[in-house]
Design a binder for this molecule. Structure first.
Ligand code: SF4
Length: 194
């Protein structure tokens, strides 16, 4: 790769130096902060993708069983507590970014939103020879890991499906509830059609 112009000074460094100085450091958005993490739980989840695939299917069934409860209470009302739990559980397990349109089951349990370019349909051309990310050199490429995880899964070929662009309006909403409500609607439609 050609070294950046200006004696190795990157555009990111110039922007950072020009930024106003303050003590405020936003959490979870700094690449420096992210590379300090070991990614160990995320990588564990990918290594155990088959187990998690099985678990997630059972979990989705339970959520669907509870559809009358969610509906009775109101999906809008239960959103906040469910999202609170979902964010923490998936944040711990997968470094989830709460895109609200989860595709973990199609990506070997590797969250594509951890890709600095947020690519949802495979890696960019910059994967390093050691399988790490070109933007965050200490981080394994989420798509290299997605492929590895998908090879362990029963429905691993779902990784070949083309994903729609991210709908940003769904950020910070519960994917669990969305999937449940959609499955319940499909089930009711099938009943009516039968
Ligand atoms: S795909 Fe979206 S909802 Fe699923 S783990 Fe990643 S950020 Fe979270």
């Amino acid at each position: 790769m050609t070294p950046p112009a200006g004696g190795g000074v990157t555009q990111a460094t110039i922007v950072k130096k020009a930024a106003p100085k303050s003590d405020y450091k936003p959490a979870d958005v700094s690449p420096q902060r992210r590379v300090q993490r070991s990614y160990s739980v995320r990588l564990w989840a990918i290594r155990h993708s088959r187990l998690l695939e099985w678990f997630y299917a059972r979990f989705a069934d339970v959520f669907l069983l509870l559809h009358p409860l969610w509906k009775g209470l109101g999906y809008g009302r239960v959103e906040a507590p469910v999202k609170f739990v979902e964010k923490r559980v998936k944040g711990f397990m997968f470094d989830c970014r709460m895109c609200g349109q989860c595709i973990l089951s199609s990506t070997g349990m590797s969250c594509p939103m951890n890709c600095p370019k947020q690519l949802r349909n495979g890696p960019c051309g910059g994967v390093r020879a050691n399988g790490n990310c070109e933007v965050e050199p200490d981080m394994p490429c989420v798509w290299v890991k997605a492929w590895e995880g998908s090879r362990n899964m029963v429905k691993g070929d779902a990784i070949l499906a083309v994903q729609k662009p991210v709908d940003q309006s769904l950020r910070e909403t519960s994917a669990w509830l969305r999937v449940t409500a959609r499955a319940a609607a499909e089930r009711e439609q099938a009943k009516v059609a039968a």
